[in-house]
Design a protein around this ligand. Sequence first.
Ligand code: KG4
Ligand code: ZN
Length: 357
Amino acid sequence: MTHKPLGKPLTILGIETSCDETAAAVVRGAAPGPGMILSNIVFSQVEAHAPYGGVVPEIASRAHLEILDDIIERALAEAKVGLAEVDGIAATAGPGLIGGVMVGLTTAKALALAAGKPLIAVNHLMGHALTARLTHGVEFPFLLLLVSGGHCQLVGVGGPLENGKWDFRLYGSTIDDAVGEAFDKTAKILGLPYPGGPQVEQAAKSGNPRAYDLPRPLVSGHNARKSADFSFSGLKTALRQLAQGGVDVADASASFQAAVIDILRDRTRIAMQMFRADFPGGNVLVVAGGVAANQAIGAALEKLCREEGFVTRIPPPGLCTDNAAMIAWAGVERLSAGSGDDLSVSPKARWPLATMP
Ligand code: KG4
Ligand code: ZN
């Protein structure tokens, strides 16, 4: 393991448009990090989607198109960096809502072509995965718990391989809803505003987590399956039935969050064993994605890590939710590992991490 930067520091412009945040950032650094965030502009479209209780793809791509040029200009201005001074332009190329991804990737291609800079087509999940290197300089390998609105997975991250590919090992993923989605649906059932995650966390603070007995699907004690896969839809159904009879919102939020914590803890414990078999001596758990902003979940995972001899690294909340600094940082890592992309690269609605690059 090395603690020295692996190469010369790179300055990368990052662009993120895969969901409902239009974001641009400039980051400077070298693997393994930490890096410097020179600017990090995030424009949330949340108000445009709130009346619909979820992200409307057509509204999202039009909004990205309208505002992205401005956001990029602001990111460069705030970083006091001209396009001619960056080492590359990184944009999310998937997975995500295809219209939005197209807007960001096409803009990045045009800028790369005009400025004569390398293009790095970044996997959004890789952006989340590597954020803890940007913030904490975490070394490979680490175990990643990625918990967002669209994803819920446990991945062993080994780093770049000599053949230009990356070593990502999928230990478990959700067989139905993502955990952030479960938070958002729970909020809707309980009449809390969108987006639901932070609202449910807030409501849970004054509730009793034992008020309602909710199921913990796939948790080891309930069935014998030894896998790190997740399931949240049964939990949501149980909550919906409960809500028909009228519930206390704080108690229901607290009971839901307690069930989620039990599920995450159980699956992560199993994945830790799988990770240790693949990477003997590995002892870092990185939690990433929007749900990692949840402090009760973070505290429970920190306790699990103490029990299992792991240490936890959780990026600050603003870098857990979607942003372009994480995309710029993934650009730093991929470019310094020697891989940029051709301008013919196409946007992808689906792009599992395990198939990287
Ligand atoms: O990573 P992210 O910004 O977007 C995706 O790539 O999905 O994650 C957004 C998700 C939403 O489902 C939101 O409700 C959830 O993260 N979230 C939270 C919290 N903050 C955001 N869930 C639980 N507790 C929170 N504090
Ligand atoms: Zn995300």
